[in-house]
Ligand binder design. Structure first.
Ligand code: ADP
Length: 669
C-alpha cells in the first residue's frame, strides 16, 4: 500500500560555523516519508539525528538542499509560515517533555490550539478527552511537577495530538523514562500509528527502533541504511492485549480526529480576541509566578506616578485656592496703586493719588462704582478690651465694589463722608471680639485716640479685604486721612467696571486719564484679570517643571521595567522555545511579553494614583491648610502614560524574545 508522500528531503546539508570554518553535520540527506509510516531514525550520539529531526520539524532550516512538506517548499518560508506548518501538521514529543511548569496538564495540552485559534470551549473539551484517552483523566488539573515522568510524557503526547498531529516527531521519547513508562509511550505511539498518524522517532536505542516499521540508520551525517522492519517488536507483551486494543482503537475518534482547526474561524476577530485574551492570561500567570520581582519592577512606576499625581494635585489645589481668593476680590475690578509696579519699595512715598483722581474716574462711562481706599492699622479699644485692627478708609461705593453685605445697621452717607464724620462700620470679627453679648449699633469704639460711633455691622464674608481673624473697621476715607493719618493722598482707588465694558479698554482709559492728570506714570493698575494671568503663567511654568521631573522619573522607572523584562526573557527562553515549537508566531510571543510589560506598568500606574490619593487624604486630614485637588484628566493621563512606558520599554525585550531561534531557545536550560 503506497501512500502519498508527506515529507521529502533532497540533498539536505546542514553546517554549523565553528570559529572560522564551517563544520558540516549532515551531508546530503535524501529521504522520503509517506503518510502512515512509522519511522525510526537511529544512530550513535553526535551522528546528526537531532539536527535532522529539527529540519524535519521545521524548527531549523537546511544550509542547502530542499525540503518539502506536503508539496510545499520550506526553503523560502518566513518564520511565521514555518510556525504555521509546525502548528497545523506536526506534533512534537521531546525527551525532556518540555511542558510549561506554570500551566496544568489541561492547559499545556491546549497551547498549540491557542495559537491555531481554536475556540476555548472546544479546545478545553478536546484537551480533556485526549488526556482521558491517555489515562490521565484524574490528573488534568495537575502541574507537571506533580506528575511522574511517564505521565508528563503522556501529557506531551496529548499536546502533540491537540491540533491533529498528522506527523508526530518524537526525539528520544523514552530517554528520560523508566522501562515500564517507556514501553507505555512506545505502545501509545504504535496505537497512534495504527490510527493513521505518521510517526518519526529519533533514538540511539535499537530496542526502540525495533518498534518501528522502517528503520533509518544514520552515522556521521550520512544515511547508512534504510530498511523495512518485517518483525515489528511489541514494546511489551502487547500480543495479549492486541485484539482488545485494536477494537478500542478502531472506534477511537479522539485520536484519529484531525485536524481540529477551523481555518475560517481562526481568521476572525473573535479568534484574534481569544488569542489576545490567552496572551493576557499567560502574562498574568507569569506575573503571579514572579510576585516579588513584579512588585519590585512596579515600585519604580508606582513611585514615579505617585509623585507626579501628588505634585500636580498640590499645584492644582494651590492655584484653585488663589483663584478663588481672587474671585472674592469681586468681579471685574481694577485697582490703581501709587508707584511703578507691585512691590515697588518707593510706592509708600508716592503721594500722587488724590481724591480728585477719584472724582475724575467716577465720571467715566465704564465705571460702575469707584471707591477710594486709605489703609492703616491702629489699636482698637473699648473699655478694658483692646486689639490691633485694620482700618479701611473707604468711600460709599467700596461696599458695592467688593460685594460686602450688612448684617445690621447702615453704611455711612455721602454727608458723613463729606463731613469727615467719626462713624464706622465694623466687621463680624470686631463685633464678636468687642461686643460678645450686646448689640454694637450706636456704641462707641476708640481707634488710636479718635472715638467712633458704630453705625453698621457687616455679615461674615470671605472677601480678601477682611483678613482672617484680625478685626477690620471701615471708616469714611476722609475721616481716616484727616483724623488718623493727617495725609491728603489715597492708598489706592478701586473701580468696578460696568457690565458690557472690557477690562483692557477700561484699563487704557484709566491710564490715559491719570497720565494726563499727573503728567507721568507714577501709578500702576491691577485687575483681577492681570493677577489671574500672572498666576496662570506661574502655574504653567510650575507644571512644565513638574512635567520635566515626571519624564525623568518615569524614564528611570521605564528602564527598570526594560531591565526586568530582559531578565524575564532570558529566564524564560526555554518556555519561548516550547511555545515556538508548538506553533506560536513571532507576533504571539511579542504580544505576550508586551502585554506583560504594559500590565506591570499600568497596574503600577493605578497603584501610584491610589497611593497618591490615600497619602493626599492623610495630608489634608492632618494639615487642613494644604489642599490637593485630583482631576480625572491627570489620573487618566497618569495611567495612559504608564501604559505607554510599558509599550516603549517593553518593546525591545519583547521583540528580542520573539526573534529567538526556536532550537537555541529549546536547548537553553
Ligand atoms: P545527535 O542528535 O545524533 O546526538 P546532533 O544532531 O545533536 O547529534 O549533533 C550532530 C553534530 O552537530 C554534533 O557533533 C554536534 O556537536 C554538532 N552540533 C549540533 N548543534 C550544533 C550547533 N548549534 N552548533 C555547532 N555544532 C552543533
Amino acid at each position: 500500500m503506497q501512500h502519498e508522500v508527506l515529507l521529502e528531503l533532497k540533498d539536505v546539508r546542514r553546517s554549523y560555523n565553528s570559529g572560522a570554518s564551517a563544520v558540516e553535520v549532515l551531508h546530503g540527506i535524501n529521504l522520503t516519508v509517506r503518510r502512515g509510516e512509522m519511522v525510526a531514525i537511529i544512530g550513535p550520539s553526535g551522528s546528526g539525528k537531532s539536527t535532522l529531526m529539527n529540519i524535519i520539524g521545521c524548527l531549523d532550516n537546511p544550509s542547502s538542499g530542499s525540503y518539502q512538506v506536503m508539496g510545499q517548499d520550506t526553503l523560502h518560508m518566513t518564520p511565521d509560515e514555518l510556525a504555521a506548518l509546525r502548528r497545523d501538521f506536526f506534533g512534537f514529543i521531546f525527551q525532556r517533555y518540555h511542558l510549561l511548569g506554570h500551566l496544568c496538564a489541561r492547559e499545556n495540552v491546549q497551547v498549540p490550539a491557542v495559537y491555531a485559534g481554536v475556540r476555548k470551549s472546544k479546545r478545553d473539551r478536546r484537551a480533556c478527552e485526549l488526556l482521558a484517552r491517555l489515562g490521565l483523566e484524574e490528573r488534568v488539573d495537575y502541574r507537571p511537577a506533580q506528575l511522574s515522568g511517564g505521565q508528563q510524557q503522556r501529557v506531551s503526547i496529548a499536546r502533540a495530538l491537540m491540533n491533529g498531529g498528522q506527523i508526530i516527531l518524537a526525539d528520544e521519547p523514552t530517554g528520560a523514562l523508566d522501562t515500564k513508562s517507556g514501553q507505555d509511550v512506545m505502545r501509545t505511539l504504535q496505537e497512534l500509528n495504527a490510527q493513521g498518524h505518521t510517526i518519526i522517532i529519533v533514538t540511539h536505542d535499537p530496542r526502540i527502533a525495533a518498534c518501528a516499521h522502517r528503520v533509518i540508520a544514520i552515522e556521521d551525517g550520512y544515511i547508512k541504511s534504510d530498511t523495512i522492519n518485517d518483525k515489528v517488536a511489541d514494546p511489551l507483551a502487547l500480543q495479549d492485549e492486541h485484539a482488545a486494543a485494536d477494537k478500542v482503537l478502531a472506534e477511537d475518534k479522539v485520536l484519529s480526529e484531525q485536524p481540529v482547526i477551523n481555518n475560517q474561524w481562526a481568521k476572525t476577530w473573535s479568534s484574534h480576541l481569544d488569542r489576545f485574551k490567552e496572551a493576557f492570561v499567560m502574562a498574568y500567570r507569569a506575573m503571579l509566578s514572579n510576585r516579588m520581582r513584579t512588585m519590585l519592577t512596579m515600585l519604580g512606576i508606582i513611585i514615579g506616578i505617585m509623585a507626579v499625581v501628588s505634585v500636580v494635585a498640590l499645584a492644582r489645589g494651590a492655584s484653585e485656592r488663589i483663584i478663588s481668593n481672587i474671585a472674592s476680590m469681586g468681579t471685574n475690578t481694577i485697582t490703581v496703586y501709587p508707584g511703578e509696579r507691585m512691590g515697588d519699595v518707593r510706592s509708600g512715598r508716592v503721594r500722587s493719588l488724590t481724591a480728585r483722581d477719584l472724582v475724575a474716574l467716577q465720571g467715566q462711562p465704564f465705571a460702575d462704582s469707584v471707591s477710594a481706599s486709605v489703609q492703616t492699622s491702629a489699636l482698637l479699644r473699648r473699655g478694658a478690651e483692646e486689639s490691633n485692627a485694620t482700618v479701611q478708609g473707604v468711600s460709599l461705593d467700596l461696599f458695592r465694589v467688593y460685594g460686602l453685605l450688612l448684617k445690621s445697621g447702615r453704611i455711612f452717607s455721602q454727608g458723613e463722608l463729606d463731613s469727615k464724620a467719626q462713624v464706622c462700620v465694623i466687621d463680624d470679627n470686631t463685633a464678636t471680639l468687642f461686643f460678645p453679648t450686646e448689640d454694637p449699633l450706636g456704641k462707641t469704639i476708640i481707634v488710636g485716640n479718635v472715638g467712633l460711633r458704630i453705625i453698621g455691622v457687616l455679615a461674615p464674608s470671605d472677601s480678601f479685604v477682611i483678613r482672617g481673624e484680625q478685626p477690620t473697621i471701615f471708616m469714611p476715607y476722609t475721616a481716616v486721612m484727616t483724623r488718623l493719618l493727617n495725609q491728603n493722598y489715597l492708598s489706592s482707588i478701586v473701580l468696578r467696571i460696568k457690565d458690557g465694558f472690557s477690562t483692557p479698554v477700561a484699563e487704557s482709559s484709566i491710564k490715559h486719564i491719570l497720565l494726563s492728570r499727573h503728567g507721568r506714570e507714577d501709578f500702576f493698575l491691577q485687575s483681577s484679570d492681570t493677577i489671574m494671568k500672572s498666576i496662570e503663567e506661574a502655574t504653567m511654568t510650575f507644571t512644565l517643571m513638574i512635567s520635566a521631573i515626571a519624564v525623568i522619573s518615569l524614564v528611570v522607572g521605564g528602564i527598570g521595567v526594560m531591565n526586568i523584562m530582559l531578565v524575564s526573557v532570558t529566564e524564560r527562553t526555554r518556555e519561548i522555545g516550547i511555545r515556538m515549537a508548538v506553533g506560536a508566531r513571532q507576533s504571539d510571543i511579542l504580544s505576550q511579553f508586551l502585554i506583560e510589560a504594559v500590565m506591570v506598568c499600568m497596574l503600577g500606574g493605578l497603584m501610584g494614583v491610589l497611593f497618591s490619593y490615600l497619602v493626599g487624604q492623610l495630608i489634608m486630614h492632618f494639615w487642613p491648610s494644604i489642599v490637593l485637588s485630583y482631576s480625572v484628566d491627570s489620573i487618566i493621563a497618569a495611567v495612559l502614560t504608564s501604559s505607554a512606558i510599558g509599550i516603549a520599554f517593553g518593546f525591545m525585550p519583547a521583540r528580542s524574545a520573539s526573534r529567538l531561534n526556536p532550537i537555541e531557545a529549546l536547548s537553553r536550560e
